[in-house]
Each structure stands twice: as structure tokens, then as C-alpha cells.
Design a protein around this ligand. Structure first.
Ligand code: ZN
Ligand code: ZN
Length: 423
């Protein structure tokens, strides 16, 4: 098994003194703290190269950290080794007779799964095993539908399975040593991504984007690591919505992971609109680009996903930022593609935003974390900076179309640092 040093835990009795040393004297940055309720501890991570230090503060007398300090005083508490599959690691240790504190993995900080090995098995050092959030998602895909109420509108986050894209391309100029901590790559350097269309139900029923769909062959599935064990059909059934219920299909842009689900191949092999009653709303500039691809964007555009819509006469082109149905408005962001658009949803004084590929995952919240796929990355940067400030100031519910674990959340700014509070 491959294990990477993730962090070193330090039991802290006097936090201000520890901060005075690690932050003020050494000049290190201390990340916003996170409470781990199950352990009654507050964790303050300190980046020091790839591994981090974790200052652990007890928040209740029954905390294991409080007990440790009482018995042995403050100091080194544990080391954490990151593994790809924590259940497999535990099974392997058990098979070799290693004594475990946790027989099964349980939730840790930052959405991870953790388990402790007994120090008697590991030369007197308490060893924590950790499977980070994205790797946890592979085994516990967060793919249930989620319902939200926004004024008079109902929003339902649905999903169309998972796929994988090259991690380097997904994070542009961000070095791998940084992004691999948030999005661990597989052996082909690909990271896990979800496809999460959004249903908006008001006077009419709309779906924004529709995932990748099911028209692609085995080679495509292999290249993009498609996981079709659950698809948009399953999610719609769970939401009790049939394709006939959809009045409007709204495209943020026409890349295959957003528009593939717009059409289906029927038994006769003919490609037809997947939502038989719907009008499909597409930005005209995006349509022009998608129907005239060049070498830089050709791999993302597959004509079968949208040309049959024009043939069927169900296409509605929009040229400007405008209201598509009451409470739903599109706004061009540019950046990812010249005419990429985000969607604002507003009702009863509350606002939500479906940002599509402007901020594809929660890992893309920091300013410079812009996709290499973007045709105009500096435009993405400026659009994103402006949007995120607004999201913080106005308490906007933000939907992340490709995040493998988090469908939506609120962006908060704590001590000048942005964090996401999952909804
Ligand atoms: Zn895209
Ligand atoms: Zn995308």
C-alpha cells in the first residue's frame, strides 16, 4: 500500500502560546480552524511544505486531546498517513494482526475518512490513517438529489454520474503539489468530477445543463473515466420528475459534459431531443463556436449533442443577458468559452447562482485556481473575483456543477480567507 505523510498532530494546551511561536515567531500561516465534533477538538492546520502541522486544541474535558495532555502533557500526538483506500488499508493491517483503535473508518476533518492504529502496533507512535475527501467520494459518491427552497421556487440538484479529467488541465497554472491535496489524481493523473444539473421549479420546470448523457462509446468512457453506475435518469426518477415534465432546458455552454444529456439515441439509432416537450435555450455566440470548432476546443464539442435540436426545431437562441423564466436570468461570464454564461436564480429576496465552469469545483474558489481548459483564463479570473465578492457580501447560495462531494454552499470570508460552508 502507498502511504504519504499528510500531517503531524500536536496536542496544544495553550493555543495563544502555540500561535505566538508557529505564526508570529516562525512566520507560518495558520489556516481557519475546524471543529471535529466527534473528537471534541479544534484543528488548526499549519502548511509546512506538502505535509502540514495540526495544532489540536481540546474543546471538551472528554476530548482525547484533553486526556492526552493530562497524562503526558502537551506535545507530539500523532502522525497521519494518507492512503488511497482506507477500508483496504484497515483490512490489510487486520490481516497482519496489527492492533487497531478504529476497526472501521469514520469522518475526520475536511470531509476525510480517518481511523487510528494502536500505538502498540506502530512502535509507540499513534498513527492515523486518512483517506482525503475526494478519495472518500470515490467510495461514497455524494450523488443523492438535494432539494432547496428559494422563495417561491424549488431547486433540485440532480446528478449524471462521475467522470475524470486531467488534474493539470483542471487547475491551469497551479502546481500539482498544491492541487493534488484538494483533488487527488488517479494513476492517469485524472481527478474525479461530478456532473450536477439543476432543476428549477416555479410556474414552469427548467433544467440547467444535463450532464454527459449516454450516446458515447467504450473508448470515450475509458478516456474520461466515466462512472455511469448512476445517471440523470436515476436522479430524475428519485426527484419524481419525468423528461416530459421539463419545459425549458437551459445551456450554460455546449461542452459535452454539459450538453451530452440534451439528446438521446433511440432504438432506431436516430438522435432526438431527450426532453420531448422542452424548448432548449442556447446562447447564440456559444452555438456559433460549437458549430465551428477549432483545434483548441474541438475535443469538447460533439455535434450530436446539439445539432439535432436545431433539426427538431426546439432551439431558442438568446443574444443578450436576459430573464429566461420568472426568477431565472442568464449572465455571460466569458472566460471558459467566449459566450459561457452563468445563471442567477432569485425569488422572495433570496438569491442562488449556478456558476457552471466559471468555478467548477469548490477547489477553484481561490483567485488563481483557473482551468487550463479556459480559452480566456484572465476573463475567468476577473469574472470570478467579482462574483465571489458578491457571493460573500450577499449570502448567495452557489451551485458547483463539477464538485465530487459538494453540490452547493455559501462562500464565507474568515480572517481574509475564503472558505465554503456546504449548504
Ligand atoms: Zn466546459
Ligand atoms: Zn464542464
Amino acid at each position: 500500500m502507498k502511504a504519504i505523510l499528510d500531517h503531524i498532530g500536536i496536542a496544544v494546551k495553550d493555543l495563544p502560546a502555540a500561535v505566538a511561536f508557529y505564526r508570529d515567531a516562525l512566520g507560518l500561516e495558520i489556516e481557519a480552524p475546524e471543529d471535529v465534533a466527534s473528537q471534541h477538538v479544534r484543528a488548526h492546520f499549519v502548511p509546512v511544505g506538502e505535509p502540514r502541522l495540526e495544532l489540536l486544541e481540546a474543546t471538551a474535558p472528554e476530548s482525547p486531546i484533553a486526556k492526552y495532555i493530562e497524562k503526558r502533557g502537551p506535545g507530539l500526538h500523532h502522525i497521519t498517513l494518507r492512503v488511497e483506500n482506507i477500508e483496504a488499508a484497515l483490512a490489510q493491517l487486520k490481516a497482519r494482526g496489527a492492533k487497531l483503535i478504529d476497526e472501521a473508518a469514520r469522518p475526520g476533518a475536511e470531509g476525510s475518512l480517518i481511523a487510528f492504529v494502536h500505538p502498540s502496533a506502530s512502535a509507540g507512535v499513534l498513527v492515523e490513517l486518512k483517506q482525503s475527501a475526494n478519495q472518500s467520494a470515490i467510495r461514497n459518491p455524494q450523488s443523492a438529489i438535494q432539494r432547496f427552497t428559494l422563495g417561491d421556487l424549488e431547486l433540485i440538484s440532480v446528478d449524471d454520474g462521475f467522470f475524470r479529467l486531467d488534474g493539470g488541465s483542471m487547475f491551469g497554472t497551479v502546481p500539482k503539489v498544491f492541487w493534488e491535496k484538494k483533488a487527488p489524481p488517479d494513476h492517469r493523473n485524472r481527478i474525479l468530477m461530478a456532473m450536477r444539473p439543476l432543476i428549477v421549479r416555479g410556474m414552469r420546470t427548467m433544467i440547467i445543463d444535463a450532464g454527459v448523457g449516454d450516446k458515447d462509446d467504450a473508448k470515450f468512457h475509458d478516456i474520461y473515466g466515466m462512472d455511469r453506475s448512476r445517471t440523470l435518469d436515476d436522479a430524475l426518477a428519485e426527484a419524481k420528475i419525468s423528461p416530459e415534465d421539463i419545459d425549458i432546458v437551459l445551456a450554460t455552454h455546449l461542452h459535452f459534459d454539459h450538453a451530452g444529456g440534451f439528446t438521446v439515441r433511440d432504438a432506431s439509432g436516430r438522435i432526438r431531443p431527450r426532453f420531448p416537450r422542452a424548448q432548449y435555450v442556447v446562447r447564440r455566440g456559444e452555438w456559433e463556436d460549437a458549430t465551428h470548432p477549432h483545434a483548441r476546443n474541438r475535443a469538447s464539442y460533439i455535434a450530436d449533442n446539439y445539432v439535432p435540436l436545431a433539426d427538431a426545431g426546439v432551439l431558442l437562441m438568446v443574444d443578450e443577458d436576459q430573464t429566461i423564466m420568472p426568477g431565472v436570468r442568464v449572465q455571460r461570464t466569458g472566460g471558459h468559452t467566449m459566450h459561457h454564461q452563468m445563471v442567477w436564480i432569485e425569488s422572495g429576496g433570496a438569491r442562488a447562482a449556478y456558476v457552471a465552469d466559471m468555478i467548477p469545483t469548490t477547489a477553484h474558489i481561490p483567485d488563481a485556481w483557473v482551468m487550463g481548459y479556459d480559452l480566456y483564463p484572465v476573463d475567468t479570473l476577473f469574472a470570478k473575483q467579482k462574483f465571489l465578492q458578491q457571493a460573500v457580501d450577499e449570502n448567495i447560495l452557489v451551485f458547483f456543477e463539477h464538485d465530487p462531494t459538494i453540490a452547493a454552499g455559501y462562500v464565507r470570508e474568515i480572517n481574509g480567507k475564503r472558505t465554503l460552508q456546504p449548504a
